[in-house]
Structure formats: structure tokens, C-alpha cells
Write a protein that binds this ligand. Structure first.
Ligand code: 2M8
Length: 471
């Protein structure tokens, strides 16, 4: 099994306008490095200075990939720091709180999460009590691949040290987050998806009634740094907090959380990343002299479950599975495309995803200009160019799709994603997210993963054009 056709990225880059865009992007690369250096704390990189003043799990993985082109040492330290906050269960928390950040600078902070209630929480490391998409093994492999030959031994030793922690992270998902027994990992909070406010969860999330008094009065700090129209609504925040409270009440014990949470999903994006990282673990195990066989078996299990359980023929796409209501959600969002990360995705499914990506739903041309890839169907009645994960473009989802498309030999579309990402940054800077119609920037400025992932897209694409280069 393998990709449907052999990627030919080099000839695509050379023959398209992308080559010109890439050679003209030195200024942007310098700015990207400035963003990463500004947000560097000495042991990890903040997603942004004000809105996100702690270490976020999948942000750090994305950041390490981009950073490793310039500074392998910091890239390695980024992931090491994150894994110091790993739970005894193997869970990598979504947030590792930084005691050096100003008190009260982020809500909900450690006083709300109270993870010390759990015997599995790492002593001395205040964290959140939930996880995020497990992109870390893939990131670690990329960081290692970017190491200079003379750093090879150091990098391999680092990988050897990290491997058992990465394996434990995957074991936790396989054992403690597998309520269906299919091998798909379940998420218990929209924050675990990374796409917190996506319409993908609306049908379940909108039904969650927050009992009076269940959530103590609180003040949102995000609205000090971002406009309300860009962020989740207050009603959604109440629900986010209510779910947190339920999880805290059972001391973040996985079995009890699975039983108690009104939010329980098998998400195509989370699981596609899980699968892609499991394949990375196969390679890492080989590199460090461990047994890759269990990772191969796990990858096969996740692949089969993804295709069997989340592909909905009637919709011709992958749909999130609401495990509480036992429904596949039909909303046409970007999570449906992430299975491109599966190297063994059947060609008919690859073709269906590409058709959808090329359709007016994801190529809005309403105001002349258009940028790709919006996070939600442009034709949906509640498509929103401003609001968090409900339409705008994010560079991390662009990066994931670019990786997936290249893996399946869809180089023209992959190249358009790079070109569009470059254009967005040129127009609006390294913003957290972008309006797909006019390219204006939203959310944080100087956002770390935008800087890191643009760097990776540009430098990977450039090095593909240099004969003899490995990538
Ligand atoms: C956003 O999520 C946090 C909660 O974890 C928030 O809104 O406060 C999401 O975009 C998430 O994917 C991201 O990791 C985080 C930090 O960039 O911000």
C-alpha cells in the first residue's frame, strides 16, 4: 500500500508561478524568524504574546517543525519542555502553564483547571486536564530530518529519549480514549480538537444545557486582546467551561470522563493526525532501534476504522462521529479533508476530497479575490469570515492539507495552498487567521505557528527545486 501516485513536487514548483513567489519570499522568512524569536521564552515558544501566554501542545509541535530549519537546538528543546508536562497516563496536556506568565493573563488558568486533583498529573507542572491532536511524533520526525549531518548523533539521541514518551502518548489514546473499541480516539471537549468553535460540533454542542450555577461567574481575558466578532460567543464559552467543570469533578479520570462528558466525538482531523503520527512512530522506532511492529499494527487499525466508521458514502466525505447521539455530522468543514494525511487512503476518497476542495464551497470567489482553504463551506448559511474556525483560513490546516495533498501526488492543488498562504502573509502579516474573501488578518498578531509553518512550506518547496536535495 502507499500513495496513489508518486509525488512530483519538484517539477510542479519549477513549472508554476510558485517558483517566483518562493524566491521572492526571503523578507518573509526573516520576519517569520523574528516572530519565533520574539515569542521564545528560553525553553518554549508562546503562540502569541498576549492572547496565549503559555505553552500549547500542538502549537509547540508546529513551531518545532518550522523552527528546526534555523535552530535545531531550540526546536528540540521546545518538544522536551512540552513533554515535561506529560501526564502519568501518557496524556500530553493541551496547555502547560508557565508560572512566569503574568497571573491571570489567560482564562481558564491553573486555578480553574485544578489538575492537582488528579494523581496522574505531573507534580509541579500546572496544566490543563485535556489533550490536543497528537501531531508530536510527526513533528519530532521532521525536526530530526532537518538536522544538519554533523548534528546527526545529537539529534538521534534526542529522538531516542523522546520515543518512549511519544509511544506513551499514543498508548494513552489507544487504551484510554477508545470507547468504541474501533481504534479511533475520542475527544471529550471541543478544545481537544484544536478547532474549538468549528460548526462540526454544533449539533451536539448547541444542545448542551448549562445548569444554573454549574459554572461560577468568570471574566474572559481573550476579549481584552481580540474583537468579540472573531472569538467564540459567551454562550459557547459557558459550555466550554461547563464541560471543563464536569471533567474536573471526576478528577480527569479517563474512564469517568468518557462516561460523564456530554461531548464525545471521533473526529476525522484528530484521528488522521493520530494515524499520520503513528506512521511517524514506525520510522522513529526503526531509527532508534525499537520494534516498529506495534506501530504498524496500530496504524492499520486506525486506518481501517477511519475508512469504515467516518467515511459517509451519502455525503461523499469523512464526517465527525458524535458518539453520544451516534450520528455522523454532515456539516462540510475542513476536518473532512484531513484523512489525506493517511498514506493508504483509497484513491476514490482522495479524488472525492479533491473535488470538494476545488468546488465553490471551498473556493469562494464572491468578491473577486479568493484565498484558500477556508475552514467551512462558503455556501453554508452560517459561514462566517470573521469567527474563529467558522470560515477563516488558518495556516496550520493549510499546512496539513498541503502535506496530505503532496503525499497523494496532488501537487498543483498543494502548490496553490502554498501560494495562497504566502499571499495572505504578505498582505496581512503573521496573523492567527485570515478572512478568505479579502485576506484581512484576525486574532493575534505575530502568531507563532503561522510563522513556523509558512517557513516550512517555503523552505521545503525551495529545497525540492535544488537537484540532489533529500526533500
Ligand atoms: C485556540 O484555543 C485556545 C484554547 O485551547 C483558546 O481559544 O483560548 C485554538 O485555536 C487552538 O487550536 C490553539 O492551540 C490555541 C493556541 O494557539 O488557541
Amino acid at each position: 500500500m502507499g500513495p496513489v501516485s508518486k509525488p512530483d513536487w519538484t517539477s510542479h514548483v519549477l513549472s508554476s508561478g510558485l517558483a517566483a513567489a518562493l524566491t521572492a519570499s526571503d523578507d518573509l522568512l526573516a520576519d517569520a524568524l523574528d516572530v519565533l524569536d520574539t515569542n521564545w521564552t528560553g525553553s518554549y515558544t508562546r503562540p502569541s504574546q498576549q492572547l496565549y501566554p503559555h505553552q500549547w501542545s500542538w502549537d509547540s509541535a508546529f513551531i518545532a517543525v518550522g523552527r528546526s530549519w534555523h535552530d535545531a537546538e531550540r526546536a528540540r528543546l521546545e518538544l522536551e519542555t512540552l513533554f515535561q508536562a506529560q501526564w502519568r497516563t501518557g496524556m500530553v496536556p493541551s496547555i502547560a502553564f508557565d508560572p512566569a506568565a503574568p497571573a491571570g493573563s489567560y482564562f481558564p488558568g491553573p486555578d480553574v483547571w485544578q489538575t492537582e486533583r488528579s494523581p496522574a498529573a505531573p507534580p509541579g507542572h500546572p496544566t490543563s486536564g485535556i489533550t490536543q491532536p497528537p501531531i508530536h511524533a510527526r513533528a519530532a520526525l521532521e525536526v530530526h530530518r532537518h538536522a544538519h549531518p554533523e548534528e546527526g548523533e545529537v539529534s538521534l539521541a534526542w529522538l531516542r529519549d523522546l520515543y518512549p514518551k511519544l509511544a506513551a502518548q499514543h498508548r494513552h489514546l489507544a487504551e484510554a480514549r477508545n470507547p468504541t473499541g474501533t481504534g479511533l480516539a475520542a475527544i471529550v471537549h471541543p478544545w481537544e480538537s484544536g478547532l474549538d468553535d468549528s460548526p462540526a460540533w454544533d449539533r451536539d454542542f448547541d444542545r448542551i444545557e448549562v445548569p444554573a450555577g454549574a459554572v461560577l461567574p468568570y471574566r474572559r481575558h481573550d476579549l481584552d486582546h481580540a474583537v468579540p466578532a472573531d472569538r467564540p460567543t459567551d454562550t459557547d464559552y459557558d459550555r466550554f467551561l461547563y464541560l471543563l467543570t464536569l471533567e474536573r469533578d471526576v478528577a480527569y479520570d479517563d474512564a469517568r470522563v468518557l462516561a460523564a462528558s456530554p461531548f464525545l466525538f471521533a473526529d476525522p482531523l484528530f484521528n488522521a493526525i493520530y494515524l499520520w503520527s503513528e506512521h511517524a512512530l514506525v520510522e522513529i522506532a526503526d531509527l532508534v532501534g525499537a520494534d516498529p511492529a506495534p506501530h504498524r499494527a496500530a496504524a492499520l487499525r486506525i486506518h481501517e476504522a477511519l475508512v469504515l466508521e467516518l467515511w459517509v458514502d451519502a455525503q461523499r466525505r469523512f464526517c465527525p462521529w458524535d458518539l453520544r447521539r451516534d450520528e455522523r455530522e454532515p456539516e462540510d468543514t475542513i476536518v473532512s479533508f484531513a484523512p489525506l494525511l493517511d498514506p493508504d487512503l483509497p484513491p476514490a476518497m482522495v479524488a472525492a476530497i479533491c473535488r470538494e476542495l476545488e468546488s465553490p464551497s471551498f473556493r469562494a470567489r464572491r468578491r473577486g479575490a479568493h484565498f484558500i482553504v477556508p475552514t467551512y463551506d462558503d455556501r453554508a448559511a452560517d459561514f462566517d469570515v470573521d469567527r474563529y474556525w467558522r470560515g477563516p483560513i488558518w495556516l496550520n490546516t493549510n499546512w496539513l492539507l498541503w502535506k496530505g495533498l503532496r503525499q497523494h501526488g496532488r501537487d498543483a492543488l498543494a502548490g496553490e495552498i502554498v501560494a495562497s498562504s504566502l499571499e495572505l502573509v504578505r498582505l496581512s502579516g503573521f496573523r492567527e487567521y485570515f478572512d478568505p474573501l479579502d485576506g484581512s488578518g484576525h486574532g493575534s498578531e505575530q502568531f507563532s505557528w503561522s510563522a513556523a509553518l509558512l517557513t516550512d512550506m517555503v523552505l521545503t518547496s525551495r529545497s525540492a527545486t535544488i537537484p540532489g536535495r533529500r526533500r
